[in-house]
Design a protein around this ligand. Structure first.
Ligand code: ATP
Ligand code: MG
Length: 343
């Protein structure tokens, strides 16, 4: 079971369109999909025209981690072949306050997924445009965060806030989802858009997916008549783009070993690299961290199973351990290295 949160605190950047059509594309490729609407606005629920006796609100309200509740196991509704769905309701907005005092408040969704949803290949979560407790539940349960960014009004500030949340989760949970960015609503006819895409690519490096979603009226029309793009217009650019995205996501998710996101915050450098056992401790361009904004840096490392020692190294050759990783190991020279264990 791979869990992917489609998340961005900014409204209208294409989260719901992405969650619904990516789910449909993955299901068509033969994977078993569960889509969860985790937004009290219930846009995905409206998009799919699917309602159920149980909504995600009921599930989170009643899901005790150790619970053996049969009705929870049947909480999802059938959409089409390989494609299942859990709808949302406006009550989800109030749930935030109800769970705030619980000790397991960040892990409620994760416990439900682990108990009842392991038969799915992918769980895709359509998040609300905020970073409250419910969205943090989604991120805590996810291996990947798919972050749509609307090219029309791309804001690095928004990306910076989200990165800070991922760092906080890593500090708190010991892990955070691997972030991948997806450009949406791309209009290649605009010269501004093309230049801007280049800038975004420089900024986000390999964390920006190759696939992008072009502006396509059929996507909007499909949503308004309760269909996914493959049912509405399978030959459209929208359908092509979501097929490419599904292919890229499948490759990422099936990669041997694991993706490990590293973050660095609070340091004022011109450039920062990560160097370790995995690259012979070299300061190499492909191990250069992306500067997200101000003093916030990050990189996704693709590593095979194993045990790796590493350090960050600045452009001025200042070597130091990862301040967001508690695992450290002494080195033979009286210093220490950060440690990653991928299993
Ligand atoms: N590639 C696209 N081409 C055309 N229209 C699009 C595209 N992507 C999104 N839209 C339209 O833009 C609007 C916002 O998209 P969507 O609802 O997916 O965003 P969202 O991030 O889920 O919004 P919210 O934050 O409110 O949940 C919708 O009307 C949708 O139909
Ligand atoms: Mg939405």
């Amino acid at each position: 079971m791979k869990v992917i949160s489609v998340v961005n605190q900014k409204g209208g950047c294409g989260k719901t369109i992405t969650a619904v059509n990516l789910s449909a594309a993955l299901a068509r490729s033969g994977a078993k999909i569960l889509l969860i609407d985790l937004d009290p606005q219930a846009h995905a629920t409206f998009h799919l025209r699917k309602e159920n006796r149980l909504t995600i609100t009921d599930i989170l309200e009643s899901a005790a981690p150790e619970g053996d509740n049969l009705s929870l196991a049947q909480a999802h509704v059938y959409v089409s072949e390989n494609f299942f769905f859990i709808p949302s309701s406006i009550g989800l907005a109030a749930l935030e306050h109800k769970i705030a005092g619980r000790q397991d408040r960040l892990k409620i969704l994760s416990a439900f997924l682990q108990s009842y949803c392991r038969q799915f290949d992918y769980v895709i979560i359509d998040c609300a445009p905020n970073l409250g407790l419910i969205t943090l539940n989604a991120l805590s349960a996810s291996q990947y965060a798919l972050i749509p960014i609307n090219l029309c009004d791309f804001s690095l500030r928004g990306v910076e806030i989200l990165k800070n949340i991922l760092i906080m989760l890593k500090d708190f949970n010991g892990a955070s989802p691997v972030p991948f960015y997806l450009l949406t609503q791309i209009d290649r006819r605009s010269r501004f858009a093309v230049q801007f895409m280049q800038k975004v690519r420089e900024q986000l490096g390999s964390q920006l997916l190759e696939s992008g979603i072009r502006l396509n009226t059929y996507l909007r029309e499909a949503a308004s008549v309760g269909k996914n793009i493959f049912e509405y217009n399978p030959l459209s650019r929208g359908a092509q783009d979501f097929n490419s995205l599904a292919g890229e996501i499948t490759t990422i998710a099936n990669r041997q070993g694991s993706w490990t996101p590293l973050f660095l915050k609070g340091a004022d450098f011109n450039e920062v690299y990560v160097a370790g056992d995995f690259n012979n401790w070299q300061k190499e361009p492909r191990f250069k961290l992306n500067k997200i904004a101000g003093n916030l840096w990050s990189i996704n490392l693709a590593l095979e199973k194993g045990r790796y020692r590493y350090k960050f190294v600045s452009g001025d050759n200042d070597w130091f351990v990862d301040p967001h990783n508690n695992l450290v190991e002494n080195d033979p020279f009286g210093g220490s290295n950060s440690l990653l264990v991928i299993d």
